[in-house]
Design a protein around this ligand. Structure first.
Ligand code: ADP
Length: 281
């Protein structure tokens, strides 16, 4: 058993009995680690040449435009660069999302601090100011002042909220989006012991038969729409794993042509249940 990793849990039996369970998770852990390393290595290796290609495309485009006046048909030739640019950006986005997914699947947190939801959401909405205006969408933000303190990695919480807001804006053409963050009572506690986040839109909605699959990686309902708006099909898998990382729950309700509502509940305090401890021998 030397070098193996076990999940060890204990529980009380009858009378004076105590049961201790050693669950050998070495192989599962090793496989997860191999997969994570592989994804991270490949992603890092792909990122550098792609950023390089992107740089050269931009320079080439600028140079062509500069000399364009002297040559006829140059504008027609420049157009060929558009799909190259679009696809390079898409590849970079997929690689970034794959890296994030690989980290959150593995539960990688960088820091733990008190989350300032107002600051995070104001930052996110600032990025969408122009798109919301161009699409003539309203945006309602309602963050309670009574939120219980919630400690987490702000970077992960931002990624989670960003992906939900990004989808809401992407898949809505009329009406708008509403974001609400409020205290929540879980398990009939007297005081709020969780935070409820609701991101709602009046967009295209998700057909019922697709709902169970939208959290799967690379799953997209409408390939052309998702691609056109820059989707990778990884956003909701990232959201799901961040929610799981904080022992939360996510729920989605959607009606085609009416809109979609994502609800996340994140418990604020540590769970009472003692989790099995992981030990390496
Ligand atoms: P994508 O990058 O394609 O948006 P996601 O993992 O974020 O991938 O979402 C998976 C699919 O779920 C999307 O392709 C889209 O069809 C659907 N979806 C997600 N959010 C919404 C929403 N707010 N409204 C309508 N459809 C949505």
């Amino acid at each position: 058993i030397y070098g193996k990793t076990f999940n060890v849990s204990a529980f009380k039996g009858n009378d004076e009995e105590v049961f201790i369970i050693f669950d050998d998770i070495s192989l599962a852990k090793e496989l997860v680690e191999i997969k994570r390393e592989l994804v991270e290595n490949i992603s890092h290796e792909l990122k550098t040449p792609l950023s390089n290609i992107k740089g050269y495309i931009e320079t080439l485009e600028e140079e062509l435009k500069r000399i364009g006046k002297k040559f006829k048909r140059i504008d027609e030739i420049i157009i060929f660069l558009d799909p190259v640019k679009r696809n390079t950006d898409r590849l970079i986005r997929i690689i970034n999302d794959l890296l994030i997914l690989s980290e959150v699947e593995y539960g990688v947190k960088f820091e733990e601090e008190k989350i300032d939801f107002k600051k995070i959401l104001n930052g996110i909405l600032k990025m969408y100011e122009k798109t919301l205006k161009d699409k003539k969408l309203f945006c309602e933000l309602n963050i309670s002042d009574e939120l219980p303190e919630f400690y987490a990695d702000p970077y992960r919480i931002e990624q989670m909220l960003f992906n939900l807001v990004d989808n809401a804006v992407k898949y809505t053409d009329k009406g708008g989006i509403k974001i609400r963050i409020e205290p929540y009572k879980q398990h009939s506690e007297r005081k709020p012991n969780a935070i409820r986040i609701i991101v709602e839109d009046t967009g295209i909605g998700i057909p019922r038969e697709h709902i169970p699959r939208i959290f799967e990686r690379f799953y997209v309902v409408d390939k052309s729409r998702s691609r056109q708006s820059g989707g990778t099909g990884l956003g909701l898998s990232i959201v799901k794993h961040i929610v799981l990382m904080y022992n939360g729950k996510i729920n989605v309700e959607s009606k085609v042509g009416i809109g979609t509502r994502f609800e996340i509940v994140l418990p604020v305090k540590k769970q009472d249940k003692i989790k099995p401890k992981e030990i390496k021998i």
